[in-house]
Ligand binder design. Sequence first.
Ligand code: SDX
Length: 435
Amino acid sequence: MANEALLIKHTGSGKQVEYPILSASMGADTVDIRALHKDFGCFTFDPGFIATASCKSKITYIDGDNGTLLYRGYPIEQLAQHCDFIEVAYLLMNGELPDATQLRNFNEEILDRATIHESLRKFFDGFHYDAHPMAMSISVVGSLSAFYHSDLDIRDPVSRRVCAARLLGKMPTIAAASFRHSVGRPFVYPRIDLGYCENFLNMMFSRSSQTYIDQNHYIDPEFVKALNLLFILHADHEQNASTSTVRLVGSTGANPYACISAGIAALWGPAHGGANEAVLTMLSEIGNVDNVPKYIARAKDSNDPFRLMGFGHRVYKHFDPRATILRSMCHDILKKTRSNDPLFELALAIEEIALKDDYFIEKKLYPNVDFYSGIIYKALGIPVDMFTVMFAIARTAGWVAHWLEMMGDASSPIGRPRQLYLGPEQRDCVAIKDR
Ligand code: SDX
């Protein structure tokens, strides 16, 4: 649409102005309306940014109608089949998949930064034993800005990449430490002889104490493969709520560790990344298959706040491609772990009933990534309150990629939306004695 424009006419004054259309390489073009207020004295109104592009980006493309998800142009199905999570993290940050040398160096860089400062490790002692791991993760990741601030120059691209690698390296360590604290087990240090996912599972479930390395670790390779896939599928998803939060906080020039901490906080909500934990809570509440019709009816009742967690998506109005991949993995993992947990059967029953129900069909509500991920995490032995922390580990790859992209674009302005003001008009305040 070179040089095409959108003509906007004010019916009151008759004034009309053309606004240039900015062409996308894929998907929807955008209308550059930055001059709208200057031309017409009004703002656009788009709560939740349903039709608003907040930035330019080359990282991820989603086609919600066709169930397409591309990371730097590569279909998620291909990356899931051919790559590991660290390769995908490199791709998201750099735009290209790494060659063997680049991958080896990147793995080493991430591993070098996996250890946390001993003073930071002591932060966990300040939390009550039953503190939610997401609360601990938000706090400890944000506290990294107390350890890495004075020598930080976010205008320097090399310094920015160090921050990104540090966050990728430390997230699993902080996440596993949150879990170990909550179950009263000693902290386990990352090991230099283990891969990213293997290291995380070892830090989570190793029987070793914090003083020595347990040479006899045993991590099921199938579990490592499943975790690798889960992390790839959750790595990025364009301008979702938590990534937009990271961009907004980063646009002020804030410390990058504070930006990622804000992203973790945004992810926690049950409408977003907290949905995987909410799915398991919902399944426990429903209890058994006999209760499913009652809860489906509640989900369809506009007067009932109950929603079928793990269903629906702002962008996907067809199957979430990640859910398609996870659905088959879910069955494999259940078979392998011979999980006979009734919650799994219940989830599959809900899926079957909802997918045939007119309400869900008409509103295009399909299972999303969170519907199956929680079931798989549970089968892997991950505790429910760690599910969103798992999402945060993976999404750190996307968050740092978007932060690097935004900080590398000198034209990125501070984020500062406007509003439709409906408050009182100007009035005078009288002294309380006269009221
Ligand atoms: C993630 O943005 C991303 O990309 C997010 C994510 C990522 O990778 O970053 O993909 C991860 O957050 C996945 C979504 C996880 N959340 C859930 O599973 C929570 C349950 N789903 C919903 O709350 C809801 O579907 C949203 C929040 C996901 C999407 O909401 P929208 O796009 O704002 O849609 P909406 O709330 O306007 O709903 C449209 C209609 C409404 O009915 P009407 O008002 O038109 O009558 O659909 C109904 C809603 O009531 N609806 C549901 C429903 N989801 C929407 N009804 C019952 N159950 C549901 N789950």
